[in-house]
Design a protein around this ligand. Structure first.
Ligand SMILES: Nc1ncnc2c1ncn2[C@@H]1O[C@H](COP(=O)(O)OP(=O)(O)OP(=O)(O)O)[C@@H](O)[C@H]1O
Ligand SMILES: [Mg+2]
Length: 473
């Protein structure tokens, strides 16, 4: 069986006709399975991700409409072709509304059916191509869904584009919510594999015992509950991209099997001796430090090197605070448009300053949640203010001087900046101790006299600075 073949399910209760079509489709390179009634079709759909389903609308028992719905529910990307009887145009139209790609009326010539199938594939290809072109036009401060105008992000976009042109394995690292999955999708959508599938599997979300079968598929009866043969995610991603999320949580046994896939590009389904060759691009992601796990012997070193062919590191949001306004604008637009009725809302300067000063342990995902919450709390107003933000952000100092990693594009006056930080911290320690300088000095690990000297000098500096500013105005 060639792995490039398109898998097709043919559902019709007329045995002779079905058999004839199946044979001719097989001649054209399709891998065809047949079902003679709705129940059988549903059972097969539950087991296997077909590329195409061709079904008669009128079937004994479960009818074609129900089969079509089940197919589309389970595999939204499936190409569904409907066979209708003469004079049932209305049924055909309804099926198209339901999501079928096309229909053909009985009796028909085989070539007509083949044409319908091929043009459905062509349409789908053009659809994704157009979407791709649009995204190219809009690209400037974004690649796919990833947004950012900071230096690190623009460098990242360039790296992603370069990587997309290759088929090399990629290892994406970064804290939670930094956009690892978005980056993986961006690579796929900009790669020559974009017309084939992007299949994601989260290794930490699937119980260890099921992960192997999920990844590699299984044969009928391979284990209790394996009712039919099932194609794994790896096979589904053939010619496309497999995204292995949270790869650091894989068991040693599975790590060994994955290593083989990376080295040999082949594997077997669970409970099946037949070796399957595969052409797949692998993108792995993790928020853990794999190098450290290698040092601690919890992750295979050879696998780490096979995965880490091209490392892509996503920066934490606090390391690129200058992206916060752009992201806020993006989320306000997106979330505002989803409201009923749609709202156009802005963020006040004050609120934006607080958002830029915050440390964002949950990164962009957390920012999106905060914007969504603020939008809800701002009721009918057109501007979000500080009091609409969550308490963790509201309670931050208004000036970003306490945030030492923030580096504005235009650069900073380091000495003045550090004096500002010192003054802020000293004032805060005095607030905390109700002005008791001995206790405050202790909190700051300073001698009392040093604290007093510093305070005098800093306050004088600020006063001189303020006076100079006043004069120049
Ligand atoms: N640069 C970005 N531009 C726009 N949206 C982003 C960006 N980064 C992340 N997001 C949004 O933040 C959320 C989290 O992104 P994603 O799922 O890709 O993160 P992740 O790194 O995979 O997180 P986790 O480690 O928790 O799985 C998504 O809603 C995504 O749309
Ligand atoms: Mg993720």
């Amino acid at each position: 069986m060639p792995e490039t073949a398109k898998h097709l399910l043919l559902v019709d209760d007329e045995a002779a006709l079905r058999q004839a079509i199946a044979e001719r489709l097989a001649d054209h390179g399709f891998v065809v399975e047949q079902a003679s009634n709705g129940e059988d079709a549903l059972a097969r759909l539950a087991d296997f991700a077909y590329d195409i389903i061709i079904t008669d609308l009128r079937l004994p028992g479960v009818d074609g409409r129900a089969v079509l719905q089940a197919a589309l529910d389970r595999y939204p990307e499936i190409i569904a072709i409907i066979i209708t009887g003469f004079g049932t145009v209305k049924d055909a139209v309804n099926a198209i509304k339901q999501g079928a790609a096309d229909f053909i009326t009985k009796p028909f010539q085989f070539d007509a059916l083949l044409h319908v199938v091929n043009s459905a594939f062509e349409q789908r290809r053009l659809r994704s191509e157009n979407a791709y072109l649009r995204s190219q036009l809009e690209a400037r401060y974004r690649i796919d869904g990833l947004i950012g105008r900071s230096r690190v992000m623009r460098d990242l976009f360039q790296l992603l584009e370069t990587v997309a042109a290759t088929s090399s394995t990629v290892l994406i690292t970064g804290e939670t919510g930094t956009g690892k999955e978005l980056a993986a999708r961006a690579i796929h959508h900009n790669s020559p594999r974009r017309n084939n599938r992007f299949v994601a599997i989260n290794c930490s979300a699937i119980p260890e015992t099921l992960l192997e079968a999920e990844l590699f598929g299984h044969a009928r009866g391979a284990f209790t509950g394996a009712i039919g043969t099932r194609q794994g995610r790896l096979e589904q991603a053939h010619k496309g991209t497999l995204f292995l999320d949270e790869v650091g949580t894989m068991s040693p046994a599975l790590q060994a099997k994955l290593l083989r896939v990376l080295q040999e590009r082949e594997f077997e389904r669970v409970g099946d001796a037949h070796t399957i060759k595969i052409d797949v691009r692998i993108i792995a992601a993790t928020h853990s430090d794999l190098a450290k796990m290698v040092a601690e012997s919890t992750f295979r070193e050879d696998l780490f090197y096979r995965l880490n062919v091209i490392p892509v590191q996503l920066p934490a949001l606090r390391e690129r605070r200058e992206d916060v306004p752009l992201l806020v604008q993006h989320f306000l637009q997106k979330l505002g448009a989803e409201q009923v009725p749609p709202r156009s809302v802005t963020m006040s300067q004050d609120a934006l300053r607080r958002l830029m000063a915050y440390a964002w342990p949950g990164n962009v995902r957390q920012l999106e949640n905060v914007v969504e919450r603020a939008l809800a709390f701002s009721h009918g107003r057109t501007q979000i203010d500080v009091h609409d933000l969550g308490p963790e952000i509201q309670n931050l100092p208004a000036n970003p001087e306490g945030t030492t990693t923030w580096f504005p594009d235009e650069g900073i006056d380091l000495e003045r900046y550090m004096e500002g930080v010192e003054l802020t911290l000293i004032k805060r320690s005095l607030e905390r101790t109700q002005g008791n300088k001995v206790q405050a000095a202790r909190l700051l690990n300073l001698k009392r006299t040093t604290l007093i000297e510093k305070l005098k000098r800093l306050e004088r500096g600020t006063a001189v600075y303020a006076a100079a500013n006043e004069r120049s105005e």
